[in-house]
Write a protein that binds this ligand. Structure first.
Ligand code: NAP
Length: 291
């Protein structure tokens, strides 16, 4: 099978690279903090020395890192992949970035004669582990088609949305809605508490009605129990709101709800909750002492 490189072994990258290995693909891994490669090397992955060395060794190289700065560093930074992306090679970026970053990486990669696909993903740690992510692709259609066997190991659904940047835009819209929903849940729990209502009763009512959704069903009881074990880091959720607001700014689209939600996420980061799960934003809007 085609050798696949994988750069960035955080929560998502580790699970995704493991699924490619399980699918029988030879995988070469690299991570900025090298120890995070150890578990995958123990499962049979090859250790890469740098992003460039991985791209030189593999036909297709994938990336899954934090944010636009990290995605750009992998391409243009020291030992970045760009010089190794010669004709015949492909680069696939799963990171959640803004459409401009996706477009600039696409232009740089294709100007080298290589192919590029952005594939931000919808779904968190568990879907990444289960291979049931929703894949939001943009860029080179032929690469999307050629990668179908690998993508099918990672996701239950793959959409091709058009030129590079469309996947990023779709991902930001989805996470903007998700961030607003989580703040709404936090405020609802806070008001319910202040009104003397039990959290479990509120969650039961929500789940029985038209606003029932898998996220409230999964996260609601954990939030009520104060369990903020990380699946999607809050600092990344705030990054996505920030990028969605910047997109709205550029397109002159008013986003009053998202702007308010972003302030709640910023407050949570200021309270030191950035490394916890994004549901910890509910703690930032939790009941304040009664005056
Ligand atoms: P994470 O656990 O925080 O991992 C981040 C990864 O990025 C790590 O491998 C980190 O390396 C690497 N990184 C950060 N800055 C870098 C730099 N300057 N150069 C090279 N590598 C760098 O994050 P995650 O949850 O896996 O998320 C990864 C991406 O997927 C993000 O864009 C996030 O928004 C998106 N996403 C996450 C979820 C989720 O539920 N977790 C769901 C959908 C999409 P080190 O190990 O050295 O720090």
């Amino acid at each position: 099978m085609t050798p696949i490189g994988f750069l960035g072994l955080g929560i998502m990258g580790t699970a995704m690279a493991r699924n490619l290995l399980k699918g029988g693909f030879p995988v070469t891994v690299w991570n900025r903090t090298p120890e995070r490669c150890d578990a995958l090397v123990a499962l049979g992955a090859t250790r890469g020395e740098s992003p460039r060395a991985v791209a030189a060794a593999c036909t297709t190289t994938c990336a899954m890192v934090s944010d636009p700065a990290a995605a750009r560093a992998l391409v243009w930074g020291e030992d970045g992949v760009l010089p190794a992306l010669v004709p015949g090679k492909s680069y696939v970026d799963f990171s959640t970035v803004d459409p401009d970053t996706a477009g600039e990486i696409a232009a740089a990669v294709t100007s080298q004669g290589a192919r590029f696909l952005e594939v931000p993903v919808s779904g968190s740690k568990k879907p990444a582990e289960d291979g049931t992510l929703v894949l939001l692709a943009g860029g080179d259609r032929s690469l999307f088609d050629d990668l179908a066997p690998a993508l099918s190991r990672l996701g239950q659904k793959a959409l091709f949305l058009g030129p590079a940047g469309r996947g990023a835009a779709m991902k930001l819209v989805v996470n903007m809605i998700m961030g607003e929903m989580m703040v709404a849940l936090g405020e609802g729990l806070a008001l319910a508490d202040r009104a003397g209502l039990a959290a479990g009763d509120l969650l039961e009512v929500l789940d029985a009605g038209a606003v029932a959704n898998p996220m409230f069903r999964l996260k609601g009881p954990k939030v009520a129990a104060g369990d903020f074990g990380v699946a999607f880091p809050l600092k990344h959720a705030q990054k996505d709101l920030r990028l969605a607001l910047a997109l709205g700014d550029r397109l002159a689209q008013p986003l009053a709800g998202a702007a308010a939600a972003n302030e709640a996420f910023k407050a949570a980061r200021a309270q030191g909750l950035g490394e916890l799960d994004f549901s910890a934003v509910c703690r930032a809007v939790a009941p304040t002492p009664r005056g």
